[in-house]
Design a protein. Structure first.
Lengths: 351, 327
C-alpha cells in the first residue's frame, strides 16, 4: 500500500515530467524545423534570385566577348543559359513565388526567359550587323525586364524571409516563456509531492521513534495512532501490541510482588504480634535499668521497620531496581512505591 | 537513457544537411580526368537553336565516349569559318559540318568525311530552298531584284545556292542587287521571312519542312529548290590516326544496331548513320565552278575549293513543292 502510494505520487510526477518534456521537445522541434525551413528554402531562394542576376550578367559579358571577336566558342554561353533556365525552374518550385505579387512577377519571367534565350541564340550566331543590332536591342529589352523582375522578386523574397525570421523569433520567445512557466509549475508541484511523500514516511517514523523512546523508559502507556492505512499502520499496531504486552507483563510482575508482600505481611504479622507481646512481658518483668529498656526499644524499632517494609511491599506501584552488590540488584522500595506520573524519569541511582 | 534519447530527438533532426555545391558551367560532354586518354574534340556549327542543338549532340558524344574509350568534348563555335580556323589550329579533331564547309575543310585542311546522318523517311541529304511569304510578289529568282533576302553564311543552302541562283539570274552585277541579310541559323531565316523583316530567305529544306510541320497555318512559297547534298557529315582532321578514324566509322555506322546507340540516335534526331563519300559533294563544286568572281560574295577568304577536276551542270527545281521521296 505504501509502495502503491509512493508509486502513484512519484509515477504521476514522472509522467508529468515526461509529458512536459515531450511537449517541450515537440515545440522545440517545430522551431528547429522553421529555422531549417528558413535556412534551406527561404535562404536558398534568396541565393537563387542572386544567382539568376549573376548569370544574366555573365551571359551579357559572353555576348559582348563574342561580339568583339574575343571568343569563337559558344559553349560557355550555352552552359550559362542552361544554368539560368535551371535556376529559374528551381525558383519556380519555391512556394513564395506562387503567392500574390511574386506569382505575377515569376510568370512574367517565365514568359521572358524563352524569348531572351532565343534572342541570345540569334545574337550569338548572326553575322549581319543590322540583325545583330536588332537582336541585341531585343535581348537588352528583355534583359532589363528580367533584371527588374529579379530585383522585385529578390525584395519580396527577402521581405518574406525577414517576416518568417521575425515570426519564428517571436514564437521562440513565447515558447521559452511558456516553457519557463510550465517548468516552474512542475518544479513547485514536484516540491509539494516530495513534501507529501516525506510526510508520509517521516511522520510515522518520528512517532515511532518517540513512542519507542518512551517504551525504553518503561513508559508502557506509549501508543501509536497513525491512521495512514498502509504498512506504517501495521507497524504501529505491532508496536502498540508490543507495548500492551510489556505493560501486561509489568502489571503481572507488580501483582506478583504485591501477592508476595501480602503473604509476607500475613505470616509476619503473626510473628510480629507474638514478638510484641513477649517484648511487653519482658519489659514488665525486667528490673534492670536503662540498658535493658534500650535493648527492648531497639528490638521494637526493628520490628516496626520490618512491619513498614512489609507494608511497603504491599504498596508497590512499579518495579524500580537498584544495585545491591556487584552483579546483583534489589528492589528500590522508595522509588517503587511512587507513582510514575511523567513516565520519563530516569531510574534511581545505585546506592 | 531516456534523457539521452530526448536530447537526440531534439538535436538530430535539426542537424543541417551537407551543403549542395552547384557545379560550374561545363563546356564538355565529359570532364577530363588526369591520366585519362586525350579528349576527342568535335566541333559543332550553329545550325538551329544552339541550346537544343547542344543537348542533341551531347547524347551522341556520351555514346561515342563510351565506345571509343576516350572523353568526347563538344565545342560549339559561333561561325562556320571558326570551324575552319580551329581545324587549321588543331583545336578540334572532327566536326559535324554543313556541306559547303565540309568541302572547304576537305579542300583546305585535307579533312576526311566519314559518315552522314539519315533522318526519318530515309533522308540523308538536303536541298537549298528559296522561300517567300505565300502572298509575295516574288515568284522567280529575278524578282529578287531590289529586295532583301535572309541568308546563312558559309552554308550551301543559305549562301552558295542563293548566290549561285542570283549570279545565274544576273542580279549580282546590276543596281538592283538584292540586299543580303545574314542570319545565324536556318531557323532564323524562316523566322525573318515570316516576321516580314526580309522579302525572301534561303535555307535548308529539312529546316523548312520542320517549320511548316510545326506551323501549318503559315503558308510559304518555294521559289527554287537546289540539288541534294549530304546532311551534316562528320569530317575528321587528317591528324586523327587511321585506327581511330576506322573505329569512329565502325561505331557510328553500327549505332542503330544496339539499344544504347538507338537511344542516342533518337535524342540526336537521326535514324542511323550512313557512309559518306567525297563524290556526294560534287554538286557543290559544280555550283562553285559557275560563280566566277561572285565567289567573293560568299565572303569566304581564299580561293574557291576545287576537289573535283570536272564539273557538271547544276539541276535547280522551280516547283513549289519539295520532293518527298529521296532521289
Amino acid at each position: 500500500m505504501l509502495r502503491r502510494k509512493l508509486l502513484k505520487i512519484l509515477g504521476s510526477l514522472v509522467v508529468l515530467l515526461a509529458i512536459v518534456a515531450a511537449v517541450a521537445i515537440w515545440q522545440l522541434q517545430a522551431v528547429l524545423e522553421r529555422i531549417d525551413h528558413i535556412n534551406k528554402q527561404a535562404m536558398s531562394m534568396v541565393e537563387d534570385v542572386n544567382h539568376l542576376g549573376g548569370q544574366l550578367t555573365e551571359i551579357e559579358i559572353e555576348l559582348y566577348e563574342l561580339e568583339l571577336g574575343r571568343k569563337r566558342s559558344l559553349d560557355r554561353l550555352i552552359g550559362l543559359v542552361d544554368q539560368m533556365q535551371t535556376t529559374a525552374a528551381r525558383l519556380g518550385e519555391h512556394y513564395i513565388v506562387h503567392d500574390g505579387k511574386a506569382r505575377d512577377i515569376y510568370h512574367g519571367m517565365e514568359e521572358d526567359l524563352p524569348l531572351f534565350t532565343a534572342q541570345v541564340g540569334s545574337l550569338a550566331t548572326t553575322r549581319d550587323p543590322g540583325l545583330a543590332k536588332f537582336h541585341n536591342r531585343e535581348a537588352l529589352k528583355i534583359s532589363i525586364r528580367l533584371r527588374r523582375d529579379i530585383l522585385q522578386l529578390g525584395d519580396i523574397v527577402r521581405e518574406h524571409v525577414r517576416a518568417e525570421q521575425d515570426d519564428m523569433a517571436a514564437r521562440f520567445r513565447w515558447l521559452v516563456l511558456g516553457l519557463g512557466l510550465v517548468f516552474l509549475l512542475v518544479i513547485n508541484l514536484a516540491i509539494v509531492m516530495m513534501w507529501r511523500v516525506a510526510s508520509m514516511i517521516l511522520r510515522p517514523v518520528d512517532e515511532l521513534v518517540t513512542a519507542s523512546r518512551r517504551l525504553s523508559r518503561e513508559d508502557f502507556t506509549a501508543r501509536l495512532e497513525l491512521n495512514q492505512r498502509d504498512e506504517f499502520d501495521e507497524l504501529g499496531q505491532a508496536f502498540n501490541h508490543l507495548a500492551e504486552q510489556l505493560q501486561a507483563n509489568e502489571r503481572r510482575r507488580l501483582e506478583m510482588l504485591q501477592q508476595v508482600a501480602r503473604t509476607l505481611n500475613h505470616e509476619l504479622n503473626n510473628a510480629t504480634a507474638t514478638i510484641e507481646l513477649q517484648l511487653t512481658l519482658l519489659k514488665q518483668r525486667s528490673n534492670d535499668g536503662e540498658a535493658t529498656r534500650k535493648c527492648l526499644r531497639q528490638i521494637r524499632d526493628n520490628l516496626d521497620r520490618m512491619t513498614r517494609t512489609v507494608q511497603s511491599l504491599k504498596n508497590i506501584r512499579r518495579v524500580v531496581l537498584t544495585d545491591y552488590t556487584a552483579g546483583e540488584k534489589m528492589l528500590d522500595l522508595e522509588q517503587s512505591t511512587q507513582d510514575d506520573a511523567a513516565g520519563s524519569e530516569p531510574p534511581a541511582q545505585p546506592r | 537513457m531516456p534523457a539521452v534519447l530526448a536530447v537526440l530527438a531534439i538535436v538530430l533532426p535539426g542537424c543541417p544537411e551537407e551543403p549542395t555545391e552547384t557545379s560550374p558551367p561545363t563546356d564538355q560532354a565529359t570532364q577530363p580526368v588526369e591520366g585519362q586518354a586525350k579528349p576527342f574534340r568535335i566541333a559543332l556549327v550553329p545550325e538551329r537553336d544552339i541550346f537544343a542543338q547542344r543537348r542533341r549532340y551531347e547524347a551522341l558524344a556520351g555514346y561515342l565516349s563510351k565506345k571509343i574509350a576516350r572523353p568526347v568534348h563538344l565545342v560549339t563555335l559561333n561561325t562556320y569559318l571558326a570551324v575552319l580556323n580551329d581545324f587549321a589550329e588543331d583545336e578540334v579533331d572532327a566536326a559535324f559540318l554543313g556541306s559547303l564547309v565540309a568541302v572547304l575543310t576537305i579542300d583546305r585542311q585535307n579533312g576526311r568525311v566519314l559518315v552522314k546522318p539519315e533522318v526519318e523517311g530515309g533522308v540523308s541529304t538536303y536541298r537549298g530552298v528559296i522561300i517567300t511569304p505565300a502572298d509575295s510578289p516574288i515568284r522567280e529568282i529575278k524578282d529578287l531584284a531590289g529586295r532583301s533576302i535572309a541568308m546563312v553564311k558559309t552554308t550551301t543552302a543559305g549562301d552558295l545556292f542563293p548566290i549561285y541562283l542570283m549570279s545565274q539570274a544576273g542580279l549580282l552585277d546590276g543596281q538592283n542587287e538584292p540586299k543580303v541579310v545574314w542570319v545565324g541559323t536556318h531557323d532564323e531565316v524562316v523566322r525573318e521571312v515570316v516576321a516580314g523583316r526580309v522579302d525572301a530567305g534561303a535555307l535548308k529544306d529539312l529546316r523548312l519542312q520542320a517549320f511548316e510541320k510545326a506551323h501549318p497555318e503559315i503558308k510559304l512559297r518555294h521559289v527554287a529548290v537546289g540539288p541534294p547534298v549530304p546532311n551534316n557529315g562528320l569530317v575528321v582532321s587528317p591528324n586523327v590516326d587511321q585506327e581511330l578514324r576506322a573505329k569512329l566509322s565502325e561505331v557510328l555506322l553500327g549505332m542503330d544496331k544496339e539499344p544504347a546507340g538507338r537511344e542516342a540516335l533518337q535524342t540526336f534526331g537521326a535514324v542511323r548513320f550512313l557512309p559518306c563519300q567525297v563524290e556526294e559533294y560534287r554538286s557543290i563544286c559544280d555550283m562553285i565552278s559557275k560563280l566566277g568572281d561572285h565567289w567573293k560574295r560568299l565572303a569566304i577568304e581564299g580561293k574557291p575549293p576545287r576537289i573535283f577536276a570536272d564539273c557538271q551542270p547544276v539541276v535547280v527545281q522551280t516547283q513549289p513543292d519539295l520532293p518527298t521521296q529521296p532521289e
